[in-house]
Design a protein around this ligand. Sequence first.
Ligand code: ZN
Length: 474
Amino acid sequence: MSFNHLNRPSPTQVSDVTNRADQGFEDTIDRLADYLSYPAISCQPDNHLDVRRLAAKVREDVAFVGLDNARLLELDGALPVVAAEWLRLGPEVPTILIYGHLDIQPVEAHNWSSSPHTAVRRGDRLYARGTSDDMGGWVSHLAAIEAWIQTHGGLPCNVRLIIEGEEEIGSPNLERFMDAFPDAFEADVMLLTDCENPSVDVPGLTVSLRGLIEVELTCSALEADVHSGLWGGMLPDPAIALCQIISSLVDADGRLIAGRRPITEEMVATTRDVPIDDETIRVGARLVDGVSPLPTHGVPPGTWLWRQPSVTVLSTTLPAAGKEKNAIRKNASALLSVRLAPDQGPEEMLPAIEQAVAACPASKSVAVQLKQVKTFGEGWLYDAKGPAFDAADRAYQATWGSKLVRVGVGGSIPFVALFGRRFGDLPLILNGVLDPESTAHGPNESIHLGVFSKAIAANIHLYSELGAIDPKDL
Ligand SMILES: [Zn+2]
């Protein structure tokens, strides 16, 4: 059977596919468990062979599932990208590109309750490094594709698949792959599956990211350390000046003042629907007893987490424990990480911090140097509107009982900013299988199996919904 815009699948045909996926769900979990047994850690060169072995295995499976032209894209100095496609419906039907990554974060095995590279089921969750970030994301697509092909011999839309092996090191070569293999990225809609749901019951659509820079702040006063008994009380202490200047960057709550955005209606409206309460934060961030999240001042937490800049002290050269001496140190410096509002660039933030530093009285007492050390990621703010997003909402309504709730991400995801820059005129649907208890990048990473199952069903519906749209209308 072949579907096209004149012959879109009936509701019964779609539910035949979801039934098939339900019947095969245990096999899908087994497939996921197999992939999770590869320690495909991209930041550790010793594991690059594992990344390559997993990529080869996935290429084989993608062909087995029924996609055409399954191949490994290779470039010098890069780990391979798995690519495949199914374009049998021709140009009258939209082509959707599915992006995921098969590489994983490193593990500190002693902090895990079970072996990080062996999938273990406890309750309604499956534990192992990579379950939710990001193998469950793209395996949910393989399962949906397989169920369509097994049930009806084909898909209701054209599909391209891209699974990269370097996301966890910031996708340093993805743009080179886009340049070298432009055909592999050609699509009408992009589904980027590496993002979070606000809860296991509420599906999320990511529409913003914060940018990230690092700045180094140094206070100097002396050519060499001097005796604090001889000079204390008459000399500026660079260590104290540094602490005073850092303190002056934040308000009484501890939030960065420089570069702060005025709270707008739009900001509040797009963060209000997300069910983040003190308890979610307490559990998600593992606050210790007696400590509360920062006060919200009547603004939804999502506004503070996703739409406002923030600052974190990464390291300092303050005198360290075990290195005490009765001396005023000649200088002190701190490395600060500054998260940028989604629509804010370093060229706006750096002068704002410079101004704040200059305004602090302590910076008059010492020589102060501020420099931007690194830019890690650009921010991204997206207006998710149009037929593709209406289609996605229908698919999620049918399978989760809820439309996609617009959420932001407080971090930076370089591949998203890259897709935004290269393909910003296409609908970019950012979803995934993460939930607040997934602890991606941390110990005991897991996927909620109910979320996994609903993600497969949502993909099945989404292909059908997107396939029914004329590409010209997307
Ligand atoms: Zn990821």
